[in-house]
Design a protein around this ligand. Structure first.
Ligand SMILES: C[S@@+](CC[C@H](N)C(=O)[O-])C[C@H]1O[C@@H](n2cnc3c(N)ncnc32)[C@H](O)[C@@H]1O
Length: 337
């Protein structure tokens, strides 16, 4: 993100703003010269917001008040157009910690889906890092690219999206031993563990995000069976909101209970065989080839988007990115120290 796109300071032309209006209705706009938000409560001119501090209350032509805030990344990913299911913020935060994503890291991600996790990864690696995201469905990669451009206001130079299967394309794109971290969010991550082991630098981390316990078991056994990694560690992250008002202090009645599991392991140095790893690698795998057939999208409850719906999501995401690009073009040049 260029310095003038920092999400802080007074509102500027080109900024995305989340407005909470009468009855808590949310509107997200991109500030542009001469822009207006029309609702049945009246007209809110973008000029009334430009120059105000983030978190201001602005008034429209009908004297209705709107709270103006820049959307946080977690707000944006929850409302952006989706091709595939996204990684929720609670899991993204844990992924950054468990996979130890650091500024300057070279990170491989697959599949890119709607680009939610890509945004968190790009933020964590910073401008010195490099993110290579693989996606086998071209339309999904288009949704993801448009979402990233909408949020960051630019197509980051340190981000490459490769359309194709990770298992086939990773060896062509990344030389052996050059990748610091790999994050897999896909139906059958075990199919990619061999190429991931080849690409990872010794000590590097592989993290898989998977939805079901059966997938978790299969990928854990696969990682163990290679003998190339430390023993995998699995976790699940539950975040429960609390209602805190006066004496009414209690957990929220509703929560997002299950999204997925995380499993991580570290790449051993070439030839290094810790005794426990040698023993595990010699054990017979607990899955036969026929079992692999069981992990179909339907069997694990993965809802498939129709082609028509997906084309609509691509158009929505690209329209938002066009708006962001156009608004950024309207922005007067700014000098930043
Ligand atoms: C659940 S989505 C990823 C969502 C993404 N992490 C996000 O936060 O928006 C899973 C994606 O993986 C892609 N995929 C599955 N297997 C793949 C593979 N072997 N190589 C590349 N992409 C793959 C699918 O097409 C799908 O878009």
């Amino acid at each position: 993100m260029s310095a003038d796109r920092r999400p802080s300071g007074p509102f500027r032309i080109g900024d995305r703003v989340q407005l909470t209006g009468p009855k808590g209705r949310l509107h997200t706009i991109t500030l542009r010269e001469g822009g207006e938000l029309h609702t049945h409560h009246g007209v809110l001119r973008h000029e009334a917001i430009v120059g105000q501090p983030d978190g201001s209350v602005v008034v429209n032509s009908g004297e209705h008040e709107y709270l103006a805030l820049r959307p946080l990344l977690r707000d944006f990913v929850m409302s952006m157009p989706r091709g595939a299911a996204i990684v929720y913020p609670k899991d993204a935060a844990q992924i950054l910690a468990s996979a130890d994503i650091f500024p300057g890291a070279t990170v491989v991600e697959a599949g890119v889906g709607s680009g939610a996790l890509s945004l968190w990864l790009l933020r964590a690696i910073g401008s010195e890092g490099r993110l290579i995201s693989f996606e086998r469905r071209e339309e999904f990669s288009q949704v993801a690219e448009a979402n990233v451009e909408t949020f960051l206001g630019e197509d980051p130079e340190n981000w490459d999206v490769v359309v194709g299967d990770l298992g086939e394309r990773l060896p062509e794109v990344a030389s052996a031993g050059t990748v610091d971290r790999v994050v897999l969010d896909m139906l059958a991550p075990w199919e990619c563990i061999d190429v991931v082991a080849e690409a990872l630098t010794p000590g590097g981390v592989v993290l898989c995000y998977i939805a079901t316990a059966t997938q978790l078991s299969r990928v854990a056994e696969y990682i163990r069976g290679t003998g190339l990694f430390t023993d995998p560690e699995a976790t699940e992250t539950m975040v429960r909101g609390w209602h805190v008002e006066g004496l009414a202090v209690r957990p929220d009645h509703r929560m997002v209970a299950h999204t997925g599991f995380l499993i991580t392991a570290r790449r051993l140095a070439p030839g290094a065989v810790p005794p426990d790893v040698r023993k595990r690698a010699l054990k017979k795998p607990s899955y036969a080839d026929a079992d692999v057939e069981a992990w179909t999208p339907g069997a694990v409850g993965d809802r498939q988007i129709t082609d028509k719906n997906l084309r609509k999501r691509v158009r929505d995401a690209q329209r938002a990115a066009d708006g962001a690009r156009q608004a950024a073009g309207d922005r007067p040049d700014e000098t930043v120290d």
